[in-house]
Structure formats: structure tokens, C-alpha cells
Write a protein that binds this ligand. Sequence first.
Ligand code: ARG
Length: 574
Amino acid sequence: MDTLLAFFQKRLTRAIHKAFEETSEADVAPCGQEGFGHYQCNSPLRLAKVLKQNPRAVATALIDALEPADRAACAHIEIAGPGFINFTLSPTFLSAELQKQLNDPHLGASIPGKRQRIIVEFSSPNVAKELHVGHIRSTIIGDCLARLFEFLGQDVLRLNHIGDWGTQFGMLIAYMADEQVSGDADLHTLMTWYKAAKKRFDAEPEFKKRAQLEVVRLQSGDPESLKIWRSICDISRRGFQEIYNLLNVTITERGESFYNPQLKAVVEELQHKNLITVSDGAKCLFLDGFVNREGQPLPLMVQKSDGGYNYDTTDLAAIRHRILVEKADRIIAITDLGQQLHFHMIFAAAEKAGWLDPTKVRVDHVGFGLVLGSDGKKFKTRSGETEKLIDLLTEAVDHARAIVLEKTPNAPPQEVEHLAHVLGIGAVKYSDLASLRTKDYTFSYERMLRFEGNTAVFLLYSYVRIQGIKRKVGADIQRVLQEHTIQLQHPSEISLGLHLRRFPEILEAVARDLLPNRLTDYLYELAEKFNAFFRDCRVEGSPEEGSRLVLCELTSRILKQGLEILGLETVDRM
Ligand code: ARG
């Protein structure tokens, strides 16, 4: 199905062609204020300049050039201001559009004939090193974008680029040998080893030397070293998985070590292409336009003077693999904004190396701001330690449970637990996604669990309310759907209907801008419009009951689908 925006764009582009033999695309946008109309066309102003005519005359000619059927879709067409055209859809046309949307499994979203292969790289914590709350942000945002593209019918590969290779393993292996510890520790213990090992590494030259030898042994593929390395990764993996389970996130692990066998060939290829400059013994790749604060050229370092490879090398291998082997049409990597420059350099390098053709493959670094506590400083959990990330999630569930128990003290324990989970985890995800991702965001259990305003709880409650209306009327909803169609009449119904029909437009916008808060804003407005409709229009026992129940059903489906794309579960009662 076309979006309404596409509907107007097509019709008006045709009209421009017909009236003026011009081939430009019509410029159409939703009206800023519903009172003026539903969609507006801004093309007459631009055309008037090109054609040296009066804008209002151009607008009149455009309206005349529309097909009669297209004009009939509108209740009003008005030329306004200096010469733009406002279109107000007719309730009959909009009702029929909503009916089609209801019967479409994709709720009006257009599904491509040929699926795009989209790689979404997110979460990507580091083995044994400290986890930070930014990894949760990356996980929540990445899962949302992956869900969006999956819903839009694309072929999505979710990748967890964990930091599972590097010098930290040398010191950990040396430390574990000294302490004679191994095997079945948990993530927290592993991180205390990491800290202790790091301390010794910095303080004891003898230990440092041994750690460095361990790195060489590991990188040369020594079976004993590999075995310990694997056990360290396993411990971390179990810790990460606990978080993914709680968040209901699926992701395929493909960490830095995956690219290890490709690094040598990548550097050789760059050398063959004459892209490498040796600077202080290190192999560097200089790129136009990238300079440091002092204005000095800033290179990617692909091989250190001691022959070792690093973060830059792995990321070059990764982008090469994703384009040439995975045949990605689009690549999205989600990390904090601190790594934006790094990614832009990797993209520029991939282009220079001839792997990336930006007209064929779209690459995006999706950066986000810091998570702050209520004190305005970097967020820390109750224990004061940043590493116990799982605490952050369980604490949100604890807060939600307290609220549930306060409102419904006699609910069965199982129900309380389920609701606490849905609300607690939903609140953490929603409050993250609802804030503009490029800004720092203040974490507050109290605010995210409020019943009023743009929160998960408000939206989940609105959803429950619709289910309640359907239950109260008692009609079998399947039968209602067969016997009735939507017939919009009241202005609050029309306003809700128009908003429902715009759902696919919003999804397309998020797919383009990668800003999930556009979807949370949309859903919040949807819930408010539904509430206004329910305030103004009687459903139960009214002559319009059938049509209005169908409208409730469409609202409930779109709300549920929208929340699902955000990664939120819904409940039918609360
Ligand atoms: N492991 C990194 C970190 O925790 C994030 C990895 C991001 N992805 C990448 N391809 N470099 O900061």
C-alpha cells in the first residue's frame, strides 16, 4: 500500500507534468495544523519562479490538472497563503483507506519486492572489560531498529561485535595462571580479575612481560592459551546472555576474533592499492579531511610497529566482509557518539579501498549520548559500581512491582510478577527510545514509571483500556469485523483515523533518519487521539457501535505493533 504522502506525491507529480510539461517531483508534506488540512503541496511557489508566473495561478492550474477521482478523494482543496495548496481528505475516502489498512498484515507499510540485506551491529560489549550502561543503550536502540526493518520485510542480520580479542587477554591469562583460578566464575568475578590483572600489569614489569608473551602465544594459536581464552569468553557470554534474556533481544555473536584470520590480507590489500604510509614504524592510512584538534592529519593505524593489529584493522576487515561477503545493502552500527569519528574514518577508508560504493550501499553510524544520573553525572547503579548492569534492569522491575502491588494489593503473585516485568523492562526501553538519541539522557526510575505523559506505562495502559472496551461491549470482535466497516463522522474520529493511516509514513521516516523517538512521539499522540475519540464519541450502545469498534480494533493493532517495534510487550489487563 502507498502511504497517503506517496498518494499525493504521485498525483501531484503527474499534475505538474500534465499542466507544465515539467518533470520535477511534487513537494508534499503533512499540514502542520490539522485545521488547515491534512496534506499540503508547496510546489507552486517553486514552479512560479521557474515559469515566471503568479504562484496562485500555478496552484489553480495544478488543481485543474488533477484527475477527477483524485479530487474526489478530498473534501476540500484550498489555495492558501502565498500559494501552497491544502488538501483535506473526505471522510469516505479516509474510511475506505483505513479499511484497507486493517486488512493488510503490514498495516499499510509498503513491503519491497526485493528485500534489502541490512546489517544492524549493536550491543557489542567487551569480554572481561567493564560493561557500561552505554552497552544497554546500544542494545535497546539496535534491537528497535532491527525490529523495524524486520517488520518492513527486509533481510536483517543482527550482529554483536563483541571485543573478544586483544591485549587484555594476555594479562588475564597470566593472572589466572598465577592465582590458579579458572573455569566457572561469573562475569562479576571475571571483572574483578581483570581489574587486579590490570593493576599488576601497570605495577610489575615482570608480570607485564609475561602478559605480553601470553598475547603472542594466544595470537599464534597455542592450544592451551586458546582454551583459557575460550573459557573467559564463555563466562562473559553467559553474563551478556542474562541481559539479553531479560530484554528479550536476539543477536548473533560475531566478535572481533572472527576477523582475526583476515587481518593480514586486509593490510596487504591496502598496501597493494598504495594506500599505506609508514609513520614511526606503524602502517597508517591517511584520509582526506580527517584532522585532530591541532589540525594535524589523523590516520587510521592498521598495523602497529610491533606487527600487531588493532581496533582499526578489525573494523576495516569487518566492513570489507560485510560488503563483499555478506553483500549488505545497508550497514548500521550503533555506539556512543564518542566513536563517531572512528566510524566515519572507517567508512571513508572503505570507499578509498574500493569496497564501498556509497551509491549502492548505505552506511550509518548511529551515535547516542551519555546516560546520566539525577545528579547530572554519569549514571551508576545502586551498588555504585558501573559494571553490574543487570542490576539496573532488575531494579526497574523492583520499582514496577512496588507500584503494581500498591495499586492491586490482592492480585495473584504470578500476575504481579509478569506485570512488573513488562512495565519495568518496558519503561527502561521506552524512556531510552523516547529521548532524542543524540542527546545525553537522564535515567530516572521515578520518571520512567509515571502513569501520565510520554511513558511506557501510559501507552500500555491505553492499550489495556482498548481491550477493556472490546470486552465490555462483549461482541465477538471477529464477527464485528465481518459485519461492519469504518465510517468516520465525528471530527475526533477523523483526527484519529488520519493519524492511524499515517503509521507507515512514520515507520519510513524512522527507517530513513534512524531516530526511534519519532515512533514514540507518534504512539504517544495516537494514545492521546484515542482518548479524545473515546471522550467525544460513545461506542457502546450507539448507532455507530459497529464502525467504532472496528476503529478501536485498528487502533489496538497499530498500538501493539508500534510497541512491538520498540521491543515492548503488551498485556490485556492491568
Ligand atoms: N566493543 C566496543 C566498545 O565497547 C564497541 C564496538 C563497536 N563496533 C565496532 N565495529 N567497532 O566500545
